[in-house]
Write a protein that binds this ligand. Structure first.
Ligand SMILES: Cc1ncc(COP(=O)(O)O)c(C=O)c1O
Length: 439
């Protein structure tokens, strides 16, 4: 596979767009951030004409595959009727009703544009409702890039500090110590440390926020006892539990991670699969909290919030996903399970054991040293052999399969049995290459 045109496009982009990219996560792509020409169903094509079976899926949104017919048709109809009104439309009421029908915690909804904004709204609301300042977050979880939450996301192992009291680490230069001053950080899945923190400081906390699958830390599902304890402690101390379902919502199932685990938060944030690619996000939750936005004392605003184009796509996406009790999502999750299990069987054959975590439509397939403890948090995930993972990612790309650089695979409802077959064949060849380079 050649990348000549992508390389040339990147050179041109670098002159006028810092780093040649518009989101820092894209910087890691090799040999350069690929320039894509078009996408359809389970496939994307780059400017060099290379075709990929796509498991990157825009980092998650494209749960229905690329250019899904119901969404495209809804957009075509809406674009003739207006893009941004700055006023209300029936579409957003319908979208909110669909979210509330399927998400356990959702009694009311407010829409924004990005996941980061939805998290921002949820944190502000929690502080307004409780009159408290502190928010507990977990190491390695990603909740967007805003100043007051983007801390302790991806600290190097040497900077992690003691488990019981990790020092605060900003994600970016430019963030100030005051931005993180109201955060408390703990390792994920450590029930004893959680109980201890609540016993000491429970009355200071406005909220606990987590991604129930710790997706950015390499997909580390919350352990049932940990999640239940978190729910109980939040209720006992009048702390709002926020599930950040930007990755998991309308992907792991219609009810998201909260439906999957049977643990209902007070608030939850959604984006990505919510609109199957539309720039849309939501904060949803119990009416007794959400009503506070309606008083107008807790500010939530945005020119593009609930714009009719995004809402038309969202309604179409939610209707497609929820038809027949979420049949297509269930099928996609089953297909993903089939893919990940076969993948790990092939890796075993090559004596390159793969560790699988997650569910069918979003799983991580990574390499751990044989003596590594089970991965339960960001710290234990740091033992992952990222270099071998990177080689697999590139070897797959060179064989027409695109995954995320972190070894996370997103599967859509558009992936076919034929795609899975071709992917496994590519994986076999890629692992063959890796075994050669390992020796
Ligand atoms: C769990 C989680 N929360 C929040 C965000 C931020 O969303 P956005 O990139 O739309 O701002 C992301 C993005 O990947 C995410 O994975």
């Amino acid at each position: 596979m050649g990348y000549k045109k992508s390389i040339a496009a990147h050179e041109r982009a670098k002159k006028i767009i810092p780093g040649g990219i518009n989101s820092n996560v894209r910087a890691v792509s090799e040999p350069v951030p690929l320039h894509i020409e078009r996408a359809k169903g389970s496939r994307i094509w780059d400017v060099d004409g290379n075709e990929y079976i796509d498991y990157l899926l825009g980092h998650g949104p494209m749960i229905l595959g690329h250019t899904p017919a119901p969404v495209v048709q809804a957009l075509q109809r809406q674009v003739e009727r207006g893009i941004v009104y700055g006023l209300q439309s029936e579409l957003e009421v319908r979208a909110a009703e669909l979210v509330c029908t399927h998400v356990p915690c959702a009694e009311m909804v407010r829409f924004s544009t990005t996941g980061s904004e939805a998290v921002h709204a949820a944190l502000r609301l929690a502080r307004a409702c409780t009159g408290r300042k502190k928010v507990l977050r977990f190491e390695g979880h990603y909740h967007g890039w805003f100043d007051n939450i983007a801390w302790n996301q991806a600290s190097p192992a040497a900077q992690l500090g003691p488990r019981e009291d990790p020092p605060l680490r900003p994600a970016s230069e430019g963030q100030q110590p005051e931005d993180g001053a109201n955060l408390v950080v703990l390792p994920w899945n450590d029930t004893a440390l959680l109980e201890d923190l609540f016993a000491r400081r429970g009355e200071e906390l406005a909220a606990v926020i987590c991604d129930p699958f710790a997706s950015a830390a390499g997909l580390i599902p919350g352990q049932p006892n940990f999640l239940k304890t978190m729910r109980r402690l939040c209720s006992e101390h009048d702390v709002l539990l926020i599930f950040d379902e930007v990755i998991t919502g309308f992907r792991v199932g219609l009810g998201g991670a909260q439906g999957y685990f049977g643990v209902t938060p007070d608030l939850a944030t959604f984006a990505k699969a919510l609109g199957a690619g539309m720039p849309v996000s939501a904060v949803a939750g119990k009416a007794k909290y959400m009503e506070r936005f309606g008083t107008l004392k807790t500010v939530h605003a945005g020119t593009y919030n609930s714009n009719p184009l995004a809402m038309a796509g969202t309604v179409a996406a939610l209707e497609a996903m929820s038809a027949d009790d979420g049949a297509i999502l269930k099928k996609a999750n089953a297909k993903g399970d089939q893919l990940s299990i076969k993948l790990s069987e092939i890796a075993d054959d090559f004596e390159l054991p793969i560790t699988l975590r997650g569910v069918g439509t979003v799983f991580s397939a990574t390499f751990l040293p044989p003596d590594a403890d089970p991965v339960t948090d960001y710290r234990s995930a740091r033992r992952t052999n990222y270099e071998l993972g990177r080689k697999l990612w590139i070897a797959l790309q060179n064989r027409g399969v695109q995954i995320t650089s972190m070894g996370i695979w997103f599967v859509s409802t558009a992936h076919t049995d034929e795609d899975i077959k071709k992917t496994l064949k590519a994986a076999e060849a890629a692992l063959h290459e890796l075994r050669g380079s390992k020796r």
